[in-house]
Design a protein around this ligand. Structure first.
Ligand SMILES: Nc1ncnc2c1ncn2[C@@H]1O[C@H](COP(=O)(O)OP(=O)(O)OP(=O)(O)O)[C@@H](O)[C@H]1O
Length: 247
């Protein structure tokens, strides 16, 4: 958590814009956003509803394409990649955690965690799997199916699934949006631990100041632009700034 942000960013956006629709229906969801997400840090993205948070995350993760501007994951430029190249990049370099856990209901917890590696025909790294499972605290749920788990347990399985492939970066979109405060804290503590202990890079969209307070820094969006930035956030300072920004 030192201040050297000169390290190569894990992800970078340069003047990106995203326009949905045309004519009267045109929506400029992102309007010239430039941002570096430093490697080995936990970053949060906040802002009012409709400010472009999910759009930013989806574009940076290669799930959606920008209208203009350039994007990188590590040294790889996403803009200009074919769909096939993007799919491969997402599979090999990016982890995802979504609000709606997105586990496969017919698979056990363990099978859900190792599914991406199986799809990519990668050999499972057993010691690493054990370490991630220990850190996430869901060892006792590995043989259960998602329907037999609480929301918090399902989300921790989803977080372990994102982490176990050792991605260059994990994007989390409202990962605690469906969880109560205790389950949220467990998920967030795991994400924090994965940054501190495993050197993981995380970018998380959230509405919740208490969730943002787990991050090393927070960027604030409004109307598709970055309007503020906060290091070492606390829930109180985040809340104050959101009020100031009218969010
Ligand atoms: N597929 C789409 N087609 C048209 N407009 C879209 C599409 N996706 C998003 N938008 C619009 O782009 C803007 C930004 O949406 P986005 O979902 O990125 O905001 P957000 O900050 O994540 O909002 P929320 O906090 O409510 O999830 C909004 O005005 C939204 O209506």
């Amino acid at each position: 958590m030192s201040g050297e942000d000169e390290a190569a960013p894990a992800a970078r956006a340069e003047e990106i814009s995203k326009v949905y629709g045309t004519g009267d229906a045109e929506v400029r969801a992102l309007d010239g956003v430039s941002i570096d997400f430093p490697a080995g840090r936990f970053s949060a993205v906040m802002g009012p509803s409709g400010s472009g948070k999910s759009t930013l995350l989806h574009c940076m993760a290669g799930l959606d394409r920008v209208t203009s501007g350039r994007l990188w994951i590590g040294g790889d430029e996403l803009t200009g990649m074919s769909d096939k190249e993007l799919t491969r990049l997402r599979r090999d370099r990016v982890g995802f955690v979504f609000q709606a856990f997105n586990l496969v209901p017919t698979l056990t917890g363990a099978e859900n965690v190792t599914l991406p590696a199986a799809i990519a025909r990668r050999r499972p790294d057993e010691p690493w799997f054990e370490r991630v499972v220990e850190a996430v605290g869901i060892g006792h749920r590995l043989r259960h199916r998602p329907s037999e788990m609480s929301g918090g347990e399902q989300q921790r399985i989803a977080a372990a699934r994102a982490l176990v492939a050792r991605p260059a970066i994990v994007f989390a979109d409202e990962p605690t949006g469906n969880l109560d405060s205790k389950a949220s804290a467990e998920v967030l503590m795991f994400l924090r631990r994965s940054v501190d202990e495993f050197g993981q890079t995380i970018v998380m969209v959230t509405h919740e100041p208490t969730a943002a307070a787990y991050a090393d820094h927070v960027v604030f969006l409004a109307d598709g632009r970055i309007v503020s930035d906060m290091r070492e956030p606390t829930a109180e300072r985040v809340l104050d700034l959101l009020k100031e920004l009218g969010g």
